[in-house]
Design a protein around this ligand. Structure first.
Ligand code: ATP
Ligand code: F6P
Length: 473
């Protein structure tokens, strides 16, 4: 018998809107695609207000939820005609500068409209300062004419120290200032901001017909106007939860369990003796990495994660959403059992592991959907340590690192290894710390023999001691 199937389209949520004529009902993380759900998110704000960072995060978040999004950065278009402008280029009395900037904006909008011709493409981010009412009206009119909704997102910030920190963090390494003295570059960028300040118009009641969201001083105040549909509100809700305080997220799988030893999947087993040893070592491993930082520990509701976290001296919270991928009727079997009993399923899962859903269970795609509130809470939080399971960890990791759906379900995450993720502007840094406690390897290569505990050499384990099945206790 074949048990599972690719679940695409199985978890549609009605949106109450018309489906695009002639197209099949398609589903993604947030429901059926409606005819009018093509959205252009138009960034608004002075330079160094985090617009590009916000744009990139939104693209990564939506991509993780299987919503195709793309950022069109007007600065990159402008660099094709003016690679290293000085501040005077942005002076509005500089007619040639104005012409070249408008040309760059037109090119970006043209490419965006073309990109929207593909029915899979749902959300574009137009990343520029878009700092005047005239410019914003022009964009809205262009989008209206193409049947594309607009959502203006303004980042407004008047904290001078934060702006200077932003300039130092990201602007001095911009291709605009390649090879230039950092001090002079910082001054020029400050001067560029002054040019924009002269003409900058914040979103206000004159634009009350527009859909917009104004984020003031990194979310200390948020003003929203005319949010029209589910997808827009999802984007706005995400934006409302972002913060930029420095912090890290630590993730670890639970210690080796009795089921890991026997090669069984799923279940609610206790830790093995070595798993308990890892649990004992974990506080030390964490404090070596986190020092005195206050942490909160999140576990799943399954025994092996609570047992792993039991010696950690921090506040703990258990989440059902962090439980391991539900393997349905295959729960408690070994991979070898599944291959023998359900060879077609075994093959089907290898062919499309992200979408394959166990009968009565879940797919990776399902796990991503149920993890969405976890991601939202993580965005709101500061330092969190998550003790969870292989598949769940892969999905969380994929969100932060932007890994593809093709690759993420196959990612190697050895047992007894602590991963530290530190979000920085435009990228997430990763560090792995391996505890010196042996554990079986639960990683199975695509198409390989289904031996759960096979000790394949594992390059990303970085020296994790791995025992061979015959050496097992
Ligand atoms: P430009 O108009 O020059 O392209 P920008 O507004 O796109 O500038 P970014 O390049 O995204 O600015 O700036 C990134 C910096 O902004 C990072 O240091 C980040 O921490 C910070 N940042 C992120 N979000 C915000 C926010 N809401 N307000 C102010 N700064 C922010
Ligand atoms: O100055 C910041 C910047 O990102 C430039 O790199 C880019 O040319 C410009 O903003 C795009 O915004 P606008 O077209 O509104 O000037």
């Amino acid at each position: 018998p074949q048990l599972g199937r690719a679940p695409q389209g199985d978890f549609m949520r009605p949106t109450g809107r018309t489906l695009r004529a002639g197209s099949e009902a398609r589903a993604n993380g947030v429901g059926v695609q409606a005819e009018d759900t093509r959205i252009c998110v138009v960034m608004v704000g002075l330079p160094a207000r985090g617009k590009s960072l916000i744009a990139q995060k939104v693209v990564r978040y939506l991509g993780w939820l299987s919503i195709t999004a793309k950022c069109f950065n007007v600065g990159s278009y402008r660099r094709t005609n003016t690679p290293n402008p000085s501040a005077s280029f942005f002076d509005t009395s500089n007619k040639e500068g104005e012409r070249l900037r408008m040309a760059a904006a037109e090119e970006a909008v043209k490419d965006m409209v073309k990109w929207f011709q593909s029915p899979d493409n749902l959300i574009a981010i137009l990343d520029a300062t878009n700092s005047t009412k005239t410019r914003r009206r022009w964009i809205k009119d262009r989008c209206d004419a193409e049947g594309i909704e607009t959502l203006f997102v303004e980042s407004k910030c008047d904290q001078e120290d934060l702006i200077m920190a932003n300039i130092k963090e990201v602007k001095l390494t911009s291709p605009d200032y390649e090879g230039q003295d950092p001090e002079e570059a910082a001054q020029d960028f400050r001067q560029r901001i002054t040019m924009y300040e002269r003409v900058y118009e914040t979103l206000d009641e004159d634009e009350s017909d527009m859909t917009y969201c104004k984020i003031i001083n990194v979310g200390s105040q948020v003003i929203i106007n005319r949010i029209q549909d589910y997808l827009q509100s999802r984007v706005v809700y995400y934006l409302m939860n972002l913060h930029i305080k420095p912090r890290s997220i630590w993730i670890s799988r639970h210690g080796e369990s009795e089921y890991n030893l026997s090669g069984q999947i799923g279940g609610d087993a206790d830790l093995s003796a070595r798993g308990q040893q890892y649990a004992k070592m974990l506080p030390d491993l964490v404090s070596k990495s986190a020092g005195d930082l206050p942490l909160t520990v999140w576990t799943s509701t399954l025994k092996r994660t609570a047992q792993t976290a039991r010696h950690l001296p921090y506040e703990k919270l258990s989440w059902k959403a962090l439980d391991e991928l539900d393997s349905g009727v295959c729960d408690g079997l070994t991979y070898a059992d599944i291959e023998e009993k359900y060879p077609q399923d075994f093959k089907a899962r290898d062919e499309d592991k992200y979408n394959y859903r166990y009968l009565g269970g879940e797919s990776y795609r399902d796990v991503v959907i149920r993890l969405e509130p976890i991601i939202m809470e993580l965005e709101r939080s500061e330092n969190i340590l998550i003790v969870t399971h292989q598949a769940v960890l892969r999905c969380i990791y994929a969100y932060f690192m932007g890994s593809s759906q093709e690759k993420s379900p196959w990612m190697e995450v050895p047992l007894h290894c602590l991963i530290k993720l530190t979000p920085r502007a435009y990228k997430t840094e990763e560090e792995r710390m391996v505890a010196n406690v042996p554990a079986v390897s639960t990683w199975r290569e695509k198409g390989s023999a289904a031996v759960h505990a096979e000790a394949t050499p594992n390059p990303s384990a970085m020296g994790t001691p791995v025992i061979k099945p015959e050496e097992k206790a």
